[in-house]
Design a protein. Structure first.
Length: 222
């Protein structure tokens, strides 16, 4: 199996030392950086917008994986792309005209991802899987870092992997929420090949050691 992507989420980083922490993640072996954008409307929390994405862009060469938890993503795609997003993921729940939104992301030059909440059936991705680069399975209800992994997410990861296999396309299956060394292997075994990790990377004594612990945990599955 190809290398599993580890994408630390800067939501859990110390924002007073963002450059230093981003560098530590890069040096410590992160593959992508995950940036959680929240509008206080689609999710009950606010985080940051394109300005912070641009600031992170100036600190690192790593691909930026931007997760838009916002009610009207179509309106902001160009701004996030301009800020340096390499991959832009929108929520299926926010996008009634998902093909249009995905096409818009692609036209901006970014790769396109679609995310589903824990209560959204995986089957709803069936007619979009042929047009996207990444499926993001939420394994917590979005809005906050540091929540517990919802076990039924494992079934959804398996379903997402089956959709990708049936579509015969190279689409990442990424998982977001509550990922730690103790559950990382089961998530990869279920079919994930990209892991978002906030608390288990940035809220640990050493960022590089924390990434290495995740990598070790999945080494047996890979
Ligand atoms: C949740 C965000 C996640 C979050 C993950 O709304 O989408 O990316 O930062 O944080 P942990 O790994 O702490 O659950
Ligand atoms: Zn996220």
């Amino acid at each position: 199996m190809a290398r599993v992507i580890i994408a630390p989420s800067i939501l859990a980083a110390d924002f007073t030392r963002l450059r230093e922490q981003v560098k530590a993640a890069e040096v410590g072996g992160a593959d992508w950086l995950h940036l959680d954008v929240m509008d206080g409307h689609f999710v009950p929390n606010m985080s940051f917008g394109p300005g912070v994405v641009e600031a992170v862009r100036s600190c690192t060469a790593l691909p930026l994986d931007v997760h838009l938890m916002i009610t009207d993503p179509l309106r902001s795609i160009a701004d996030f792309r301009k800020a340096g997003a390499d991959l832009i993921t929108v929520h299926l729940e926010t996008s009634p005209h998902l093909n249009r939104t995905v096409a818009h992301i692609r036209e901006s030059g970014a790769r396109a991802g679609v995310c589903i909440n824990p209560a959204t059936p995986t089957a709803l991705l069936q007619d979009i899987v042929g047009d996207i680069d990444l499926i993001l399975i939420m394994s917590v209800n979005p809005g906050f870092g540091g929540q517990k992994f919802i076990p039924s997410s494992l079934r959804k990861i398996r379903e997402a992997r089956a959709l990708v296999t049936a579509a015969r396309r190279d689409v990442f299956v990424e998982v977001d929420g509550g990922i730690e060394p103790a559950n990382a292997a089961s998530v990869v075994d279920a079919g994930a090949n990209a892991l978002v990790a906030g608390t288990s990377v940035f809220r640990q004594p050493d960022i590089g050691t924390a990434i290495a612990a995740l990598r070790r945990a999945i080494a047996v599955s890979a």
